[in-house]
Design a protein around this ligand. Sequence first.
Ligand SMILES: Nc1ncnc2c1ncn2[C@@H]1O[C@H](COP(=O)(O)OP(=O)(O)OP(=O)(O)O)[C@@H](O)[C@H]1O
Length: 311
Amino acid sequence: MTIQPLARATGVSRRYGDKTAVDGISLDIPAGQLIGLLGPNGAGKSTLINLFTGLRRPTAGRIELFGRDPRDVEARRRMGMTPQETGLPETLKATEVMAFVAAHFARPADVGELQERFGITEFAHRQVGGLSGGQKRRLAIALAFVGDPDLVFLDEPTTGLDVEARRTLWDGVRDFHARGGTVVLTSHYLDEIEELAERVVIIDGGRCVADDSVAALRRVSGLRRVTVRMAEVPDLPGLVAVEREGERVHLISQDSDRTVRELVASGAPFDELDVSAGSLEDAFLALLGRDRHEAPNAARPTPAVAEAIAR
Ligand SMILES: Nc1ncnc2c1ncn2[C@@H]1O[C@H](COP(=O)(O)OP(=O)(O)OP(=O)(O)O)[C@@H](O)[C@H]1O
């Protein structure tokens, strides 16, 4: 007996006027997976999620959600989603919004437990209109889980969240997944996908360009990361890039043996040497044939650094 995936796209395309946002994508979402959907701006990630969740209809091809049309209420009941932007009623308290959504389901999740899991308890009794952007975002994410779904689509869930709130969300998603939940997640933060996802689907120009495990994708670039703790990086030949992270420096290289030899020969002091496979970001750039400066946010300077550079 073949096990049906929870959702399936078969040769799906979506056009807006003469712009093709999704171009012939076939994708299965089997039960229990945590899938990261990656791609540069405008690649078609949100459109694909909107097709799976029934918010848009395909121009060609077929979408199935729990074996049904995604607009069928029986299918939608088992699915939760957080779109990129959400409008929430300003005058209701956070806990009232959750109760309101829960009332639409025969067997909703335990709202109090969800509030704990997504860090909402502290502001549960405040009106939505008075919440910060990050708090609203957390509420919107928790709402995806209120119906106790089998499958959740999260479109850039952590954009605008601080580090602590991001980690709380990661724990909430991991917890849902550990209990058998299936997740499709888009993010501009490659580290987030690397941290959470077991399978990564990369789309570019509306097409699927890679679909593999994080570990397999890391090897795709053929690049290695030589990481050391050092103050001044000497001029070494053959480096693809140098990335600093506090006291540590990542030397991205096609030949890590040579890089280590040259590092030693340079006489520059360093310690804590570590050599590892390239990151997901390295693979992403290699697969898309892009330069490093075209990487998503993870590879860009933080806003504070960018500001300092611009000054
Ligand atoms: N409602 C719409 N009308 C016209 N064009 C649209 C519409 N929605 C999306 N597009 C176009 O379709 C393409 C794919 O957009 P989409 O939002 O799916 O990409 P994305 O990968 O989610 O991008 P981002 O990372 O910036 O959110 C883009 O060129 C976009 O401008």
